[in-house]
Write a protein that binds this ligand. Structure first.
Ligand code: MG
Length: 333
């Protein structure tokens, strides 16, 4: 049965949209009546005939509310409740078991299977609404907790000034990139970028100007890298690391050169003045033929750091790169 026509009040009539309900009931007349009852209460209802159909539906689409009959062919409500709790889902499903079975033993078995609430059929209209309101309250709490957790996580991996990833994230993510490069036998390049004579910017124009310069450099970096593939992290004060999965050292060197030219050409504006800066770059590739400790993050960053040092030593405002390590020569593409 498709009950999508039995929608509740139009979305514009309420600022608070009710979560959709997946209704599971094998008996056609009861299913129809329940669907109408729920639609009148303002819910959009999708109805299916048994637990197996419900599970298949939940794998395709998320329903925060589930109302299920107990006795059904193929898969009953209790088995469905247990299965739902094992699904890897994006959020919590508040589940109400609806049954003609009465008695404490049934109620306990129903709740033990993973149901959040238990109602006997046919449900009284106002009681059903009240129970669903309780469910929505729980769902809102769960959702706000999830949003808060996501926010805390983002804050914990984000650099407060530049909004790039921070060093903590870098230390977690880069080993994963190395591991992935090794597993897929694909290149991985890393660029270390350091703003030249940054202390002079702070000393001459003040720290606020310095902050503005760092934010503008970040903007140039972010515009230059591939979205959703490459990523940037603030490694230290005025030092950034760009990770370029799949990119050869040659490609990374070319990218670093483009960024270098852009930073050199940019007029950095801040409250009350302008200035120009340059940056130096160290570029290295991780060689996928290596494995174990030898191919670790410290070694990779250490090599990039040496290249950066070379760039600084040879006059700054330049890119210094290192071909892939010995043994992996010719595999930089
Ligand atoms: Mg039944």
């Amino acid at each position: 049965m498709n009950s999508s026509t039995e929608t509740g009040p139009a979305a514009g009539e309420r600022d608070d949209v009710r979560p959709p309900i997946l209704l599971v009931e094998d008996e056609p007349t009861t299913r129809l009546l329940l669907a109408r009852q729920l639609a009148r209460a303002g819910y959009a209802v999708e109805a299916v005939c048994n637990g197996a159909e419900a599970l298949a539906m939940l794998k395709k689409r998320f329903f925060p509310l589930l109302i299920t009959d107990w006795d059904m062919p193929e898969m009953n409500g209790v088995t469905l409740c247990k299965a739902v709790r094992l699904l890897p889902l994006e959020g919590y499903i508040y589940t109400i078991l609806l049954t003609a079975r009465e008695g404490k033993a049934n109620l306990i078995e129903g709740l033990a299977s993973g149901a959040d609430d238990y109602l006997t059929k046919p449900p009284d209209d106002s009681e059903l609404r009240a129970r669903l309101n309780t469910g929505e309250r729980i769902l809102k709490l769960e959702q706000s907790l999830r949003v808060a957790n996501r926010r805390i996580h983002m804050l914990s991996i984000t650099d407060a000034l530049t909004a790039t990833f921070n060093r903590r994230y870098l230390m977690e993510r880069l080993p994963q990139e190395i591991e992935a490069a090794h597993r897929h036998q694909r290149p991985l390049s890393v660029i270390l970028c350091d703003v030249d004579h940054f202390k002079q910017v702070n000393d001459t124009y003040g720290h606020q100007a310095g902050d503005t310069v760092l934010k503008s450099v970040t903007a140039i970096l972010m515009q230059s890298i591939r979205k959703d593939i490459d990523w940037a992290a603030r490694y230290g004060g005025e030092e950034f690391l760009l990770a370029l999965p799949g990119a050869s050292v040659t490609a990374a060197m070319a990218l670093a050169e483009r960024i270098r030219a852009q930073i050199q050409a940019h007029v950095f504006e801040f409250n009350g003045g302008t200035c120009r800066v340059s940056a130096s770059f160290g570029v290295v590739g991780h060689e996928s033929s290596r494995s174990g400790e030898d191919a670790g993050i410290d070694r990779l960053i250490g090599r990039a750091d040496r290249c950066l040092y070379d760039a600084k030593q040879s006059g700054r405002n330049r890119v210094s790169g290192e071909p892939p390590d010995s043994g992996a020569s010719g595999s930089s593409t």
